[in-house]
Design a protein around this ligand. Sequence first.
Ligand code: UDX
Length: 430
Amino acid sequence: MTITFIGHGYVGLVTASVFADLGNTVWVIGHTKEKIEKLKRGIIPIYEPGLEEIVKKNVRAKRIFFTLDYRDAIPESSAVFIAVGTPPKENGEADLSTIFEVAKKLVPYLNGYTVIATKSTVPVGTSQRIKEIINQYKAQKADFDVASVPEFLREGQAIYDTQSPDRVVIGTDSKKAEDLLVELHEPIDGKYVLTNIETAEMIKYAANAFLATKISFANSIASLSELTGADGLKVLEAVGLDKRIGSSFLSPGAGFGGSCLPKDIKALLSIAKTSGYDFGLLKEVDKVNNQAMKGIVSKSKRLLEGSLENKTIAVLGLSFKPDTDDMRDAPSIVVINSLIRAGAMIKAYDPVAMENAGKILKGITFSKDCYQAVEDADLLIILTEWNEFRQLPLLEIKKLMRKLNIVDGRNIYDPKKVREMGFSYLGVGR
Ligand code: UDX
């Protein structure tokens, strides 16, 4: 099948390359000449394990094509997936202007029957608005249906998640569109949820809101465990063993970040407000997440006897999670800015996110490796659980630090062992 993706971010580029790899002819439309020229040579604008290989392979096989011009791609496509960004506005509402803009732009090139599907996370009702826009601008003969096919991939595991998703959600009010989308997704395993457009749009928000709720619940239990002397990690491990609950997304730490969870809970809160529903539970989820980030700062103060003034702090890990260079809504931004405001000097290291971090975090020093970061530091803070930090030779690190303090924001070290080495150690919930 010939299909088009508009947008080449995590969702657009990963999904496009997986469909190309399955033998489809896939067009990817972008709007920046420089990026499209690079993509044509297999150079990708984001860090995602395995993505460059799969893009290069399919560029060589002439199954994936990149263009700036809608007329190259839309006329011959049976399905067009809109995968552009929906960043939050000041009030938390998702900004849909790019979605509507690309919908308008594609209309003149519709040729024969085309399914126009949204991959981006959009509030309930957006696909219907896309339908209205297309109807408003289309030529008499254009034949189309709209659909919502939300994407659930996680950064860092995006290729795997796209090839082997837990579920494929296809929301459309047209049987013809549903059949076409089912045929396209056929080689992809996973449970199929076939439903109407509004339900598909809501599923994505509900899933991300629930994941965020699990994490904030884990952070609340962690805080309470610290106050009562319980071992929060054991508590959560045991809780997760109940099959009805499940063990994933119960790790307490420095809070959740990224391009989806923080933005989507804000957007869902905004949808709830407009619909006249007071989603108090979700407001708390957001509040607890902020407390989780601030908790790292209070623990730092505790270890440094109440003051961060002129203290040198080594921060390991800046991206919102390992295996990505994505800094969007990363807890490191809130934590580091609070530490700086309290008078600390920050030396940071991240295996891949330092370039992106440099655009956001000002007034900090970036180090070439962990060793340079910890040199003369009064405190070491772990904010992202990159694998290379797990086996860090702490005895070597000990020789380089001025004071032996660790705040482990991702619980990667064994408190007993670290304390035996002479460090003062605070994790989250233990
Ligand atoms: C998320 C959803 O998982 C995915 O289905 C959706 O399509 C996009 O949003 P992603 O943002 O890539 O994916 O990251 P995810 O793995 O969900 O982690 C989000 C944040 O939660 C990270 O900052 C991570 O550190 C944090 N987290 C995750 C925790 O703090 N504790 C946990 O137990 C799990």
